[in-house]
Design a protein around this ligand. Structure first.
Ligand code: URA
Length: 429
């Protein structure tokens, strides 16, 4: 077998068998297949897709590239959550804090930014001292003692996905249902939780742009979960506009604190509460209504905020030293009207350009850069009003572009808010 034969077979639209997939991916892991050959195969997969069998094989190869955590020794019930990624999506940090404060255990393995979307690990690394690379023992001990831990893929969990993920990020091979499904599910299975809620984002700022794709991705992830005897529930939620009021790593950590201290009231807060309620309902076997009362209480009495701080401290982070850039550019509106839409994709790309994401695998992120959205959907704007604020790299020149074009205006009172689109139950086993 040769890698060129495997690439050609996929390029011509044929399904790969388990042996061919193992050959290509395991040899890539060992360093016997180059980045450029794997990039060609990933692109062929992106263009021609994969059938369900191929996706199961690939997920299994990712899982078996490392350890599968045995959470049997963890006392209590484990629940995990994943988002397919979006712009300004900091829900994981809010939700995990709430759910851990409720007494459930959250063993969380997260990724870095992917394409124009941000990643939880990059956000956490903006906190000076924060350690994202936990060993298996550190991870398990922290889940047991604190209630939740967030690690990158270094505890030898799905390490092949980590390598492929970094390559996809810079080769235009991110937006593929088979690759997203196997990437997410391999991490979820390897990190051991029995109950998993997945937020499948759809819209301009998401990896998936239409509802049909989101439904297919949800379905395949639930089927993979059932094969490994995990309860997987999915929620399809809109990602047309950036989530919350900031984009950028340190800025988003500040926003998480604001949410947990009840200083924000917006769709992101509602979405985080809905996802946390679903996880608690699933883990405790109670109704979503009961769970949502608990969620409100855990935020209101600051238990969730304290849990967040406990997790940060345990992983070595010093939240008091979190820094955002002081090189600030205010963007003034060139239009007057009522904001009815915002382009999350454009904002995601802008954040990348400011230094908040990677263009090549070797790029270093600047955690202090980003965007604060001063105006959002539903706001009335006058010409000259500050619509957003850019946090630029130290010494970087101001951006010379009309950012107002990222917004859509209308002179009516239309309020097109974003909502949860669809929820689905786990596959029957
Ligand atoms: N999140 C992941 O972990 N992997 C993907 O491919 C996309 C989102």
């Amino acid at each position: 077998m040769s890698i060129v034969d495997v690439i050609n077979k996929k390029r011509l639209g044929f399904a790969l068998n388990n042996e061919e997939l193992k050959y290509a991916f395991n040899n890539f892991m060992k360093g016997n297949i180059t980045d450029y050959q794997m990039s060609a195969l990933l692109m062929a997969i992106c263009i021609n897709g994969m059938n369900d069998e191929e996706i199961y094989y690939l997920t299994d190869i990712f899982i078996k590239s490392g350890d599968i955590l045995d959470l049997e020794k963890i006392t209590g019930i484990t629940v995990d959550k994943h988002s397919t990624g979006g712009v300004g999506d900091k829900t994981t940090l809010v939700i995990a804090s709430i759910v851990a404060a409720s007494g459930l255990k959250v063993p969380k393995m997260s990724g870095r930014g992917l394409g124009h979307t941000g990643g939880t690990i990059d956000k956490l690394e903006s906190i000076p001292g924060f350690k994202t690379e936990l060993t298996k023992e550190e991870f398990l001990n922290q889940v047991e003692e604190v209630g939740f831990a967030i690690t990158s893929q270094t505890a030898n969990l799905a390490p092949l996905d980590k390598k492929i993920y970094a390559l996809r990020d810079v080769t235009g091979t991110v937006e593929s249902i088979p690759l997203i499904a196997s990437s997410i599910m391999s991490k979820k299975i390897a990190s051991g939780a029995k109950n998993i809620v997945i937020d499948v984002k759809v819209g301009k700022g998401a990896l998936l742009k239409n509802k049909e794709d989101a439904i297919r991705l949800s379905g395949i992830m639930r089927k993979i979960g059932a094969r490994y005897k995990r309860n997987v529930e999915t929620m399809i939620t809109y990602m047309d506009i950036p989530l919350g009021t900031s984009i950028g790593n340190a800025l988003e950590i500040k926003e998480v604190i604001n949410i947990l201290c009840e200083k924000e009231e917006n769709y992101l807060v509602e979405l985080s509460k809905a996802l946390a309620s679903k996880m608690i309902a699933m883990g405790k076997g109670i109704s979503v209504l009961e769970a949502s009362k608990e969620v409100n209480e855990l935020i209101h009495n600051r238990s969730a905020y304290n849990k967040f701080l406990e997790m940060i401290k345990r992983q070595g982070g010093n939240i008091d030293k979190l820094e955002v850039s002081t090189n600030i550019q205010e963007i003034h509106s060139t239009k007057k009207g009522h904001i009815i839409d915002m382009d999350a994709y454009e904002f995601g790309k802008l954040s990348l350009e400011l230094g908040g994401g990677r263009i090549t695998k070797e790029d270093k992120i600047d955690p202090s850069v980003g965007i604060v959205l001063n105006k959002k959907i539903g706001d009335d704007v006058e010409i000259g009003d500050v619509i957003c604020t850019l946090y630029l790299k130290k010494g970087a020149s101001f951006i010379d572009r009309d950012i107002t074009t990222f917004y859509k205006f209308e002179n009516s009172n239309t309020n097109s808010d974003v909502k949860v689109m669809e929820e689905s139950k786990s596959e029957k086993k």
